[in-house]
Design a protein around this ligand. Structure first.
Ligand code: BG6
Length: 455
């Protein structure tokens, strides 16, 4: 029988809870009904238990998991100020089983709540889950780490990055580490470049309060794509257990720097203007409600990094993500160097082999040079493809299952959280100084003109 957990969602009336956490919880419980979860919603709004229960029921229904809603009959809602130690003490009193506090709130509120938790007696096995962004820069991330690790040991802290729960990212591990075809050539000697791209069609979606302060660089590159880079570039861990995997991630991120240490040439930023995405008109970003145009928030960011170690020095890793683009499309593209010499007699181009992982729908493609057909010595391109299949759980389901099991393997360790800020802080500073122009693109296009989509 799985350990019972009292899961307190702090920020229960927010968008993240209804859109991502609750559907994922429903799906998880439908697959693993033996789990015993005592769910408590906590928020600042004056909701009734019935309003909360209805939110949970609707979210479970959206995940085809309405049936398991009945297993949460005792779910209740409490109105509280989570930055107040007395309120917090009442909230955590007498949990059933392990206590898990999930902070689905903005970073400043999470930081204030963790500060107040210092005055509260937490059960020893309490786990704390904190949503991204973890802090607002390296310094604040370090302070927040000091606060949370004063409350509970590091292995009970879950800094959430739902990309680490994505099936595709986990699939990279198998392709990379279980094939002799790739293992010996996974280095600068054979790889020319790596592109990690996550293009979205969604616009702001009423998230100005958060997004207008974060922008694409923090929202996606700092929070998610650097972790993807780490999985692609890390040294092979001996096991995929928590310590080994996170050691490998931490080590490779410590070696990761902005290309040439020059954000002005290694980064680009842009913001969408009015346009239409999939036939639906979208207003200009600056006209969205809650946006402060003077903040110059970017909705598309690109950053090239170098991993300065023996394996990777000299290979550009380009990370790019944007909103309101022409298509939803995420991928990891590993481009190998061309061979040194093609035998005279084989005709046509022989560009480098390309290995591509698509991030939803999950698939893997290998573009190779082959000859044959009408002209037996003519080279052409062929693609070997395989669907990687859907993960059994949504990414947030993986995240929640780790929290309920008390297994922090697929969450971000303190050093990695600080280091990912260490990498992007100089870029943020350069953008604030105006060293990199803020370009524009029409919503529904592939980005600014003269800024071609990376190959
Ligand atoms: C979130 C970002 O963390 O990830 C969003 O805040 C983004 O802006 C989302 O849209 C992308 O991930 P997914 O899994 O929803 O495609």
């Amino acid at each position: 029988m799985a350990t019972a957990t009292t899961l307190l969602i702090l920020g229960a009336t927010g968008d993240l809870t209804s859109r991502l956490l609750l559907p994922a919880l429903g799906q998880l419980l439908a697959r693993e009904p033996e789990r015993r979860v005592h769910l408590r919603g906590v928020g600042r709004r004056a909701w009734t238990d019935d309003e909360w229960r209805e939110t949970v029921r609707t979210a479970f229904a959206a995940a085809d998991a309405e049936d398991v809603f009945t297993s949460l009959v005792d779910t209740t809602y409490t109105r509280a100020d989570i930055t107040d130690a007395d309120d917090l003490a009442k909230l955590i009193a007498e949990p059933t089983g392990r206590l898990a506090l999930y902070f689905a709130v903005p970073p400043a509120v999470a930081a204030a709540a963790c500060e107040s938790l210092k005055d509260v007696d937490l059960p020893d096995d309490t786990v704390l889950a904190l949503e991204k962004p973890f802090g607002v820069d390296e310094d604040s991330a370090r302070k927040l780490n000091a606060t949370v690790t004063h409350l509970v040991p590091e292995e009970q802290v879950f800094r959430i990055d739902h990309f680490l729960g994505r099936a595709t990212l986990l699939n990279v591990l198998g392709a990379r580490f279980a094939n002799r075809l790739f293992m010996p050539v996974w280095s600068a000697e054979h790889i020319e470049s790596v592109l990690i791209r996550y293009d979205e069609t969604l616009g702001l979606e009423d998230r100005a309060g958060y997004y207008d302060h974060a922008g694409a660089l923090v929202d996606m590159i700092q929070s998610h794509l650097l972790q993807v880079l780490a999985i692609v570039a890390m040294e092979p861990p001996a096991t995929l257990e928590r310590r080994d995997l996170r050691d490998a991630i931490g080590t490779v991120l410590r070696a990761t720097h902005v290309w040439g240490d020059d954000p002005a040439t290694a980064s680009r930023r842009a913001r969408y203007t009015a346009g239409s995405v999939d036939g639906v008109p979208l207003p200009s970003y600056v006209d969205e409600s809650g946006v402060d145009p003077s903040r110059d928030t970017e909705t598309l960011a690109e950053l090239t990094c170098e991993v300065r170690n023996e394996r990777w020095a000299g290979v550009p890793f380009t990370l790019r993500s944007g909103k309101a683009l022409a298509s939803k499309d995420g991928e990891i593209v590993v481009t190998f160097r061309p061979v040194n010499h093609v035998p005279v007699g084989l005709t046509g181009d022989a560009p480098g082999t390309v290995l591509r992982f698509s991030l939803g729908p999950d698939r893997m493609d290998l573009d190779l040079n082959v000859n044959g057909g009408e002209n037996p010595f003519g080279l052409g391109r062929a693609t070997l493809s395989t669907d990687l299949g859907e993960g059994a759980l949504r990414a947030y389901g993986e995240v929640l299952s780790g929290i309920l099991d008390g297994d922090a393997t697929l969450s971000v360790r303190a050093d990695a959280a600080e280091q990912s800020w260490h990498i992007v802080d100089p870029v943020i500073a350069a953008w604030r100084r105006g060293d990199v122009p803020l370009e524009e693109y029409s919503a529904g296009t592939e980005g600014p003109s003269g800024w071609p989509r990376p190959a």
